[in-house]
Design a protein around this ligand. Structure first.
Ligand SMILES: [Zn+2]
Length: 114
């Protein structure tokens, strides 16, 4: 579906579809989050606890699917690598080639941490 005023694709995704996408990536990446939640978070796109709970902002439901995928892979990867070091970046490249372009295209995302 397109927004006629901006020409941008609107993502009419439900929370359930988004959660299914997270579960699909968790299987691909062989990580097992203790809990996956999609809830109202305004200061971050997503977060993960040291105990393996991952939490995603409902605002992501309105983002493009490449950006959603980026946030999902980024956050699930923290279950394997807790920082943003070299290993983190090389695994991002392995799972989601082109993630840097996705991030560059979605300017403004730097205002929220991941
Ligand atoms: Zn991060």
């Amino acid at each position: 579906m397109m927004d006629t005023s901006t020409g941008k694709a609107i993502n009419l995704q439900t929370k359930e579809q988004f959660k299914a996408e997270i579960a699909r990536w968790a299987a691909v990446m062989k990580v097992k989050p203790v809990q996956i939640r999609v809830q109202r978070i305004t200061k971050k796109w997503a977060s993960c606890s040291s105990k393996g709970r991952v939490c995603f902002s409902t605002d992501l439901l309105q983002e493009s699917s490449p950006f959603q995928e980026y946030v999902i892979v980024h956050e699930l990867l923290h279950l394997q690598v807790p920082n943003h070091g070299k290993l983190f970046k090389s695994l991002m490249n392995a799972y989601l080639p082109g993630w840097e372009a996705i991030l560059a295209e979605r300017n403004g995302s730097a205002a929220r941490s991941l």
